[in-house]
Design a protein around this ligand. Structure first.
Ligand code: HXC
Length: 519
């Protein structure tokens, strides 16, 4: 073969690989409002940066006459590229080839990029759009999945792992995204479930649609499996790029600090009047967050799930931070099972990737009731406490208003190795609120008062006395549990100064095989 012929052969094979399962199936993908695997990669990465691996891989299955149907690349596009100049590894399942189903070789391709991501210390991004295990390949496919799962587990806490679900993701296939740090789902086009509607109907009799069983809405609001739902793939791909702005390349590096537009120390006067006069009046804690963070940019995770706690990324004078805040606007900001789980996972994510955690506290306590107790609120609350207590990243806590009982301890208190614990003058740090306290402490005396007016007066007096003594930040500050009581308008200044001072923080946990966090 002439030299030029050889080159032509290469070009022709490349062309063949580029069209995956063929133009008709590509057209079907487009009709369904979905991009192809390659289009997704192109939109995700910096222009022209994609270096594809294993374009010429084909499957090895000989059963079901599979040897007669081969596609170059075998249903997944893998490789390396850059996002804002930073190296990332990527795989994108190609639904046009056997429905993006996973074969032995398909899995090997994914494992190769995951291994490289680990060696190079770079994020790994997986785009899922697949009919699951390639049925013709039987156990080879199951083994392939498990090879990927094992790598997800090893990569956890080492390099950021981000999953986008832009199509089907069912059966055991869901476990790879579930093992990653962030899951993004596209509305209406994607679903995730272990067991689909048909089997569900057969086994349990429950008649439920795909969307209601495992659509983006369900997983971002009910199960919490996904962190984001996006209207379309463009939004999802842009979101991945945005997310990386807050993350380091790996656990040994710091997240990227950028130069802020405005470097002057910022007094925010509105904060002095943002907490309502009545301490039971709700307010939106996100208003406080938006005022404090750079450019009012707050990337909220799990926005629709456990709304009584808010978590997300932002920058403070260019320094990436993770923010956790109780939300008085929803269930009075109480801690329940879902909120504890959501915040615990987020704090651990931040800690794994050296992202300082800023906590805004306004929590009346844990949600009471048999639902919560029987559902394991003890374990879930302990999980959040564990997450804060084991975290060695800089931890700055601002108590805005209520901080009661066990919830006070859980929400990044001083004794959980809080580095800087500040409180606003509106803070109420106590074992419980005045009503509950007086009921318990004065119950017998109250019951002995026969006259209703007298009784009410007695209760009011006792409650006022209690409030004066306990529901303020000074009791805690007296013991050094609060480092300083700050004027709200100085909050950003104090946090940023704190972050700069804590940049050199070193803290360690004792050597162990691994912790035994109450899961
Ligand atoms: C092989 C598959 C396939 C699979 C789809 N295809 N799924 N080939 N193995 N798992 C092929 C189809 O034969 C078809 O080929 C093409 O992909 C597109 O599929 P369609 O059915 O035409 O597409 P659509 O109507 O959009 O439906 C998509 C779908 C459906 C809902 C995903 O294909 C489906 O239900 N597939 C099977 C899902 C499944 O049960 N997978 C196994 C789950 S068990 P042609 O040639 O016509 O284009 C599992 C265990 C994993 O995954 C365990 C891991 C631990």
């Amino acid at each position: 073969m002439e030299r030029q012929e050889k080159i032509n052969e290469l070009l022709q094979k490349r062309q063949e690989a580029l069209i995956g399962g063929g133009v008709q199936r590509i057209a079907k993908q487009h009709i369904q409002g979905k991009y192809t695997a390659r289009e997704r990669i192109e939109k995700l990465l910096d222009e022209g940066s994609f270096e594809e691996y294993d374009m010429f891989v084909t499957h090895r299955c000989r059963d079901f006459e599979m040897d007669k149907t081969q596609y170059l690349g075998d249903g997944v596009v893998t490789g390396r590229g850059t996002i804002d100049g930073r190296v990332v590894f990527v795989f994108s399942q190609d639904f046009t080839v056997f429905g993006g189903s996973l074969s032995e070789t398909f899995a090997k391709k994914i494992c190769k990029v995951m291994d490289q991501a680990m060696k190079m210390g770079a994020p790994i991004i997986g785009i899922n759009d697949s009919g699951g295990a390639r049925i013709q390949e039987g156990v080879m496919s199951l083994a392939g999945y498990a090879e990927i799962f094992q790598r997800n587990i090893m990569a956890s806490g080492v390099v950021p792992q981000i999953s986008a679900i832009f199509g089907p993701c069912a059966g055991g296939a869901v476990y790879s995204p579930a093992l990653t740090d962030i899951v993004i789902m596209s509305e209406e086009k994607s679903y995730m479930f272990v067991t689909g509607p048909k089997v569900t109907k057969t086994v349990t009799g429950e008649d439920i649609s795909t969307e209601n069983l495992g659509g983006a809405s369900v997983h971002t609001s009910k199960s919490g499996v996904a962190h984001f739902r996006v209207q379309n793939e463009d939004e999802g791909l842009a979101l991945i790029r945005k997310l990386l702005e807050y993350l380091p390349q790996n656990n040994l590096e710091e997240p990227f600090t950028t130069t802020p537009k405005d470097t002057s120390e910022k007094v925010i006067d509105e904060l002095n009047s943002i907490i309502p006069e009545n301490s039971n009046t709700p307010y939106d804690v996100k208003e406080i967050i938006y005022k404090i963070v750079d450019e009012e940019e707050f990337l909220e995770l799990h926005r629709h799930f456990a709304k009584n706690i808010v978590v997300g990324f932002a920058k403070m004078e260019g320094i990436p931070v993770g923010i956790v805040a109780n939300q008085p606007n929803f269930l009075a900001g109480v801690l329940d099972i879902k909120a504890s789980k959501k915040a615990a996972r987020f704090v651990r994510f931040c800690d794994a990737f050296n992202i300082p955690v800023i906590t805004f506290v306004d929590v009346p306590g844990f949600l009471p009731g048999s639902n919560q107790e029987h559902g394991g609120i003890i374990n879930e609350g302990a999980k959040l406490m564990f997450a804060y207590g084991e975290a060695t990243v800089p931890k700055i806590t601002i108590t805005l208003r209520k901080s009661y009982g066990g919830a006070h301890d859980v929400m990044s208190c001083k004794q959980l190795r809080g580095d800087l614990n500040y409180a606003w003058p509106s803070a109420e740090i106590a074992v419980m609120g005045e009503k509950g306290a007086i009921e318990i402490l004065e119950g017998r005396n109250i019951s002995e008062i026969k006259d209703d007016k007298e009784k009410l007066e007695f209760i009011n007096n006792k409650e006022t006395e209690y409030r004066k003594k306990f529901t303020n930040p000074y009791e805690a500050a007296k013991y050094g549990f609060i480092d300083d009581i700050i004027e709200p308008r100085n909050t950003k200044i104090r946090i940023v100064r704190g972050l700069k001072a804590l940049a050199t923080k070193k803290d360690y946990n004792p050597p162990k095989k691994h912790c035994n966090i109450p899961l």
